[in-house]
Design a protein around this ligand. Structure first.
Ligand code: PAF
Length: 280
């Protein structure tokens, strides 16, 4: 496995893959890897000849300085984890490499970015669309892999690829959960034992939504009220939002026809966690 930190070297490597007609599967990450990331690499391994994983903690997508400062950084350990996964290249550029002095271009998407997390994290998704566009241009993947936990991010990236005519297949892999249902996230490392216990209410609220949907309840206000009462019973938790939205546009729904996304964002102490489920 090769570890590449320079864009020019990464491009040269990509040219050799393309020259020998090898397909490239790409899993972009910000490091602090967990089993959710590993599942992306394994999905990519099944469907491509060469696998590239990027590790880049993108400052542009953090709307909160504390969140950026406290984000776990474990490059050495991450590289060792990836080595076990039969990956061909790790691309781990520096900030100077990605955003050199004078950098002034951003990729902005409207509409879907205004919903859900976009309402409470100004600028976050523009940071994501900017870095993902750059990474796609550098790595030139045939397929790119994202997790369903970040449903809105995947929806935005699918739209980005469609609107900018990028020939990349966006694959969304199922959320990986701990026993008890907590969705894996690099931010879970910040939870203390009590907070970890409290965080289980997120999944319980999603299960509540699913139960109600299965019992033919279609009124979203009623479902959201029940989800919120599950969460409010729990210590250390503050609701950021609970929404039931159209699975493509992410616009709020008042009642569910066939399918909808139930999405939750909560603060557990100082850690913000998100999760979702599709009701169908
Ligand atoms: O999901 C993430 O880890 C990041 O948002 C991504 C896609 C790697 C862009 O920095």
């Amino acid at each position: 496995m090769e570890v590449i930190t320079e864009i020019n070297k990464m491009r040269t490597r990509v040219l050799t893959f393309k020259g020998s007609r090898k397909s490239i599967g790409f899993a972009p990450t910000m490091g602090a890897l967990h089993d959710g990331h590993i599942s992306l690499m394994r999905c990519a391994r099944k469907e491509n000849d060469e696998i590239v994983v990027s590790i880049y903690l993108n400052p542009k997508q953090f709307d909160n300085k504390d969140d950026f400062d406290n984000y776990p950084r474990r490059l050495k350990e991450d590289i060792e984890v990836i080595r076990e996964e039969n990956v061909d290249v790790v691309f781990a550029p520096s900030n100077d490499e990605m955003y050199p002095v004078g950098y002034c271009t951003n990729v902005r998407q409207d509409r879907i970015t205004d919903a859900l997390c976009g309402r409470v994290r100004p600028g976050h998704f523009n940071g994501v669309t900017t870095v993902v566009t750059k990474l796609f241009n550098i790595v030139g993947p045939d397929r790119a892999y994202f997790g369903q936990k970040d449903y809105q991010q995947s929806a935005i990236i699918k739209k980005l690829v469609a609107d900018l005519n990028m020939d990349i297949d966006i694959k969304v892999c199922p959320t990986v959960r701990e026993e008890g249902g907590l969705a894996l996230s690099s931010r879970n490392r910040r939870l203390n034992i009590e907070e970890r216990q409290s965080s289980l209410c997120i999944y319980s609220s999603l299960l509540k939504a699913r139960d109600m949907f299965v019992s033919n309840i279609r009124d979203t206000k009623e479902i959201i009220e029940e989800m919120s009462s599950v969460i409010k019973k729990t210590k250390h938790v503050k609701i950021d939002y609970i929404s039931i939205v159209n699975i493509c546009t992410l616009e709020d729904l008042s009642s569910i026809n066939e399918k909808a996304l139930a999405a939750v964002a909560v603060w557990i102490g100082n850690t913000r966690l998100i999760d979702n489920t599709i009701l169908e």
